[in-house]
Design a protein around this ligand. Structure first.
Ligand code: FSX
Ligand code: SF4
Ligand code: F3S
Length: 389
């Protein structure tokens, strides 16, 4: 974790000028900085340091953003981030000197802008790679300005201070690398032959990228990463650990078909193939599109397909059950709907048995009332269902 210099709150930058530049009120700006600090797992006092760095008009790192085999969903999801919008981020937080899909310039003009930015900021610019890189047949399946993606990424990485692979495509191959992978789509790290920071997801949460850039801006370093290059602040927990449907998983309440009663009730999607138990990402915590807690796949009623996880997303069949990593379900479950006045405790059953004076009756009652672990039967009414994963 970054060493945080705690700045007293009165040392916050003068945001009047910033309000004019960013077009957002001071309160919104400070909320954004506190949100980034929280996303990074830093104390809220770090927000002052973040605010100073973001507010400084002189601290704008040059960013070169490359596009290869992808759908531009990563850039698109950033454009949907509202605190602040990418437009404001471009103008005030980073100096986006090359981005093929957002650039007004085209052709030779665009290429010239890239080369100039690389020369002027040698050793200091941030290289962002979006999309996988085709490696088969010398990389001829993706060319920009006459260069293959392989040549271009190597040229741009040579003078970069750091390389960030945004999206699953650039991080580990993503959708373009799905079997049989006819173009030999590979990750940025594999092509460059060195570890890079990866922000997987198809698309990833824009806040994970924003927070990574703001960390770089504030502390001069990229955030701590795991062995796959993923920032630990965003990818150290399984989705299953933070999912709002987790209580249903633990209680054995599963949707079995899209649109069935369990699905309408918001039960766990594990049996519909949810890969949350084997996918590391902060989607349930951070959501997408500033729409609140339901704004992520499971929140909207769709199983997680593990889009951020190599070997799961676009690889493992959607309806195949997830491997349960470090989280095990209980061996038995209580009833989904307990019938009032019927459920019995061991103690009450024993009392009944004692009163009746018949051990055989107690055994019978215990088995009947405490229930057995039976598999779900779609033809039975829900009140009789009991499910095991
Ligand atoms: Fe698309 Fe980005 Fe998916 Fe890939 O996101 S949203 S195909 S991860 O590189 O544009
Ligand atoms: Fe949530 Fe999926 Fe885990 Fe169920 S299996 S609790 S829907 S992450
Ligand atoms: Fe992807 Fe699963 Fe998150 S599908 S967006 S990793 S919930």
């Amino acid at each position: 974790m970054a060493k945080v210099d705690i700045l007293p709150i009165q040392n916050l930058p003068d945001t009047q000028d910033l309000e004019k530049r960013l077009g957002i009120p001071r309160r919104e700006f400070l909320k954004f900085c506190v949100g980034v600090a929280a996303t990074l797992g830093l104390p809220s006092t770090a927000a002052a340091a973040i605010a100073q760095a973001v507010a400084s008009p002189t601290k704008r790192p040059s960013v070169i953003w490359l596009h290869f085999q992808e759908c531009t969903g990563c850039s698109e999801s950033l454009l949907r981030a509202e605190h602040p919008t990418l437009e404001k981020l471009i103008l005030d937080v980073i100096s986006l000197d090359y981005h093929e899909t957002l650039f007004a310039a085209a052709g030779h003009q665009a290429e010239a802008a890239r080369k100039t930015a690389m020369a002027e900021n040698k050793g200091k610019y941030l290289l962002v790679v979006e999309g996988a890189i085709p490696t088969k047949d010398n990389g001829i399946y993706c060319k920009v300005g006459g260069q293959t993606a392989i040549e271009m990424v190597k040229e741009c990485a040579a003078g970069a201070a750091a390389v960030v692979a945004i999206g699953s495509c650039a991080s580990w191959g993503g959708m373009p690398s799905t079997g049989p992978n006819p173009t030999g789509a590979s990750s940025a790290g594999a092509v460059l032959g060195k570890p890079v920071v990866t922000i997987p997801g198809c698309p990833p949460s824009p806040y994970n990228f924003l927070s990574t850039v703001v960390h770089y801006l504030t502390f001069g370093t990229l955030p701590e990463v795991d062995k796959l290059g993923r920032p630990k602040f965003a990818y150290s927990r399984l989705i299953h650990e933070n999912c709002e449907r987790r209580a249903h998983f633990d209680a054995g309440r599963f949707a079995l078909e899209f649109g069935d009663e369990g699905h309408r009730q918001g039960w766990c999607l594990y049996k519909l193939g949810c890969k949350g138990p084997e996918t590391y990402a902060n989607c349930p915590v951070i959501g997408f599109n500033d729409l609140g807690e339901v704004s992520w796949p499971v929140g909207c009623g769709h199983p997680c397909i593990g889009c951020s996880e190599a070997g799961i997303g676009f690889t493992k069949p959607i309806h195949e059950l997830a491997e349960l990593k470090n989280v095990r379900p209980p061996l038995g479950y209580p009833r989904v709907n307990e019938e009032h006045g019927v459920g019995a405790t061991i103690g009450s059953a024993a009392v009944v048995a004692a009163i009746a004076g018949a051990a055989t009756a107690a055994t019978y009652n215990l088995t009947r009332n405490l229930g057995k672990n039976i598999s779900i039967d779609k033809d039975k009414p829900e009140s009789e269902e009991r499910v095991d994963p």
